[in-house]
Design a protein around this ligand. Structure first.
Ligand code: FES
Length: 164
């Protein structure tokens, strides 16, 4: 997907004859990369292994399934949300709304976004980005945490921020 977007941008610019200096083009392409990968790598994180065969993760079996998860020593003791995006791809975000700290609701069949019940901000279930701002004030994207899925043993490793 990222490669297709990059190729599209390059081809589009060439076809309309826009001449950009290489510095500007690189900035544009780098911005593209940043949008594709919002994971905050500056945090001091630790890996936590989640065995998805356990009953408490049953809701993560179908694509689109979501659960809350809590690791008391990580993310300030706050819940996170895990969403299965594809068979081997997950989104892991903080469950704490960036507006005033309420816990966002899990997506459902009827309500596919992550909605904060306090002031109705809505976040993307694909990226954690803000889709609808709260009635007053500003919300920022939900913090996204890196994760890796091992298909062979059905274990999801999530990298959560810890206090240093
Ligand atoms: S605390 Fe979430 S919208 Fe206000």
């Amino acid at each position: 997907m990222k490669e297709q977007r990059r190729e599209f941008l390059v081809n589009s610019m060439q076809s309309v004859g826009i001449v950009l200096c290489s510095g500007s083009l690189m900035s544009l392409l780098q911005a593209c990369d940043m949008n594709e990968d919002p994971v905050n790598t500056n945090l001091n994180t630790e890996p936590f292994l989640i065995d998805l065969t356990k009953p408490e993760f049953l809701d993560l079996q179908p694509i689109g399934g979501a659960v809350y998860y809590n690791e008391p020593s990580a993310n300030g003791g706050n819940d996170i949300v895990i969403i299965r995006l594809e068979q081997s791809k997950f989104l892991v975000v903080s469950a704490i709304c960036t507006h005033q700290g309420c816990s966002v609701n899990l997506p459902t069949i009827d309500q596919k976004t992550l909605v904060c019940p306090c002031h109705n901000a809505e976040f993307s279930p694909l990226t954690g980005e803000v889709l609808v701002q709260p009635k007053q004030g500003i919300a920022t994207p939900l913090p996204v945490f890196r994760n890796e899925f091992n298909v062979s043993d059905n274990v999801l490793t999530i990298y959560l921020p810890i206090k240093s």
